[in-house]
Ligand binder design. Structure first.
Ligand code: MN
Length: 207
C-alpha cells in the first residue's frame, strides 16, 4: 500500500524570515502538514487498494470514483497533503522578484502586467471567507491561466485546474506573526516566491 510521507522542506525553517517566521514554518510543516499526511494514510487504508497506485493528484481529479465512505476525508486530507507540498516548493529564500519567460508573457496577456496580476491575486486572496487557498492555475480546457480560490483544503485538481502556485490563507499560516493582518501576510509572501520553480512548472504544461 502507498504510504505518504511528510516532504522535506527545500530550505531551513528560518530561511523565509522576516516574511514568514521560523516558528510558523516549523509548526505549519511539522504539525499541520504532518496531520494531513497521517489523515490521508488513514483514509486510504479504508478503501480498496485499487485506488492506491494512483498518485493523489489523480485521485483528487476524480473524487467521484472514490467510495463515498472515504470521499470527504480524502478530499480534505489528500488536498491538505498536496496543497502544502506545492506551497513549500513554490517558496524560496532566493526570490528573484518576478517571473520571466513564457509565464511572464502569459501574465501580461491575461492580467495586463505583473503588478496588476499581484493586485488581482491579492484582492482574490482577501475575499476568501474563512479558511482556504488562492491559486494561479492552468486551465487546460481553455489553455489559459486563471486566479481561483478554494475553500478549506479543496484542491484545484478537483475542479480540473492545474495549480501553478498557491497561497495558504488558513490562519495557521500567518496568525503568529501577522494576527488579523492578512493583507500584510499576502504582501510579504510575494518576497519569497520561487518564480524559477513556477516558471518550470508552467513550461512543462504548455510544451
Ligand atoms: Mn496550511
Amino acid at each position: 500500500m502507498v504510504k505518504y510521507e511528510l516532504p522535506r522542506l527545500p530550505y531551513a525553517y528560518d530561511e523565509l524570515e522576516p516574511y514568514i517566521d521560523k516558528q510558523t514554518m516549523e509548526i505549519h510543516h511539522k504539525k499541520h502538514h504532518q496531520a494531513y499526511v497521517d489523515g490521508l494514510n488513514r483514509a486510504l487504508a479504508k478503501i480498496s487498494s485499487e485506488f492506491h497506485p494512483k498518485y493523489i493528484t489523480s485521485i483528487l481529479s476524480d473524487l467521484n470514483a472514490i467510495p463515498e465512505s472515504a470521499r470527504s476525508e480524502i478530499n480534505f486530507f489528500g488536498g491538505g497533503f498536496e496543497n502544502h507540498k506545492l506551497f513549500w516548493e513554490i517558496m524560496t529564500p532566493k526570490n528573484n522578484g518576478r517571473p520571466d519567460g513564457k509565464l511572464s508573457d502569459s501574465i501580461d496577456v491575461y492580467f495586463d502586467n505583473f503588478e496588476n496580476f499581484k493586485k488581482e491575486f491579492s484582492n482574490k486572496a482577501m475575499s476568501i471567507e474563512g479558511s482556504g487557498w488562492c491559486w494561479l492555475v492552468f486551465n487546460q480546457t481553455f489553455n489559459k491561466i486563471e486566479i481561483v480560490t478554494t475553500t478549506n483544503q479543496d484542491s484545484p485538481w478537483s475542479i480540473r485546474k492545474i495549480p501553478l502556485l498557491g497561497l495558504d490563507l488558513w490562519e495557521h499560516a500567518y496568525y503568529l506573526k501577522y494576527q488579523n493582518r492578512r493583507l500584510d501576510y499576502i504582501a510579504a509572501w510575494w518576497n519569497v516566491l520561487n518564480w524559477d520553480y513556477v516558471e518550470n512548472r508552467f513550461s512543462e504544461l504548455i510544451d
